[in-house]
Design a protein around this ligand. Structure first.
Ligand SMILES: CCCCCCCCCCCC(=O)SCCNC(=O)CCNC(=O)[C@H](O)C(C)(C)COP(=O)(O)OP(=O)(O)OC[C@H]1O[C@@H](n2cnc3c(N)ncnc32)[C@H](O)[C@@H]1OP(=O)(O)O
Length: 184
């Protein structure tokens, strides 16, 4: 991965440990929003990622490239592949039980990805420092040990839950996250 200094953990960054209450290894991670382009099952043309965590700190997921995801005829759009990287990284950082958003996402495209290909995605954290989490992801074509078609490195920034209510749709949050208080 040709990651930049911005997505490289600084000296002293720490690696996450599985937290109490983390999903059991192999158990599916839920969608954070049913209409999310990345993971929502109610999004008509989204990526429909469903993920599992093998160990409480990393995430694996599958994404099958569909007709709605093309750039060149018959090939996945690069922005859609970046979205898949963003989503699987977002799912992995969700394991830390604090809300984060993408600050920076760097993507390397190593091979074209034809429609119908299933990408086997994996995301992991390379370090945490204050509000910053440094993460990487890869997508392998056809099998978990298939050739790497896309790679990413990212800087995610921790925010308060109010970030989503202030800038987004508070009613939609309440409809899906019953544990969330808009005015705590
Ligand atoms: C209800 C359930 C929902 C659950 C929802 C779950 C959603 C997950 C979805 C997947 C993830 C996404 O797509 S999220 C959507 C895409 N991303 C976004 O919309 C984020 C838009 N950006 C922002 O809102 C803001 O810029 C923030 C929050 C990232 C940062 O603003 P801030 O809180 O004011 O903090 P700020 O001081 O600027 O930055 C903190 C530190 O991070 C550094 N920093 C910040 N951005 C960058 C950057 N791009 N490149 C380098 N460094 C950066 C700063 O230099 C600083 O370093 P230092 O000076 O401290 O050293």
């Amino acid at each position: 991965m040709t990651r930049s200094a911005i997505t490289t953990p600084p000296p002293g960054a720490t690696l996450p440990e599985p937290l109490p209450g983390a999903p059991a290894p192999g158990s599916p991670l839920g969608s954070h929003y049913s209409r999310c382009f990345g993971c929502g099952d109610r999004h008509p043309t989204g990526l429909h990622l469903s993920a599992v965590t093998p160990d409480g700190v990393t995430v694996t997921a599958e994404f099958t490239v569909g007709e709605a995801h093309q750039g060149a005829p018959g090939l996945a759009h690069g922005g859609v592949l970046a979205a898949a990287m963003d989503e699987v990284i977002g799912m992995s950082v969700w394991l830390f039980q604090r809300p984060y958003v993408t600050g920076r996402l760097e993507t390397d495209y190593l091979a074209p990805v034809p429609v119908g290909t299933t990408l086997h995605l994996r995301a992991w954290c390379t370090g945490m420092s204050g509000r910053k989490a440094y993460l990487e992801a890869e997508g392998r074509a056809g099998a978990p040990d298939g050739p790497v078609a896309v790679r990413a490195a990212a800087l995610f920034i921790e925010v308060g839950m109010e970030h989503f209510a202030e800038h987004g749709d508070a009613q939609a949050i309440l409809a899906e996250h019953h544990e969330y208080e808009v005015n705590p």
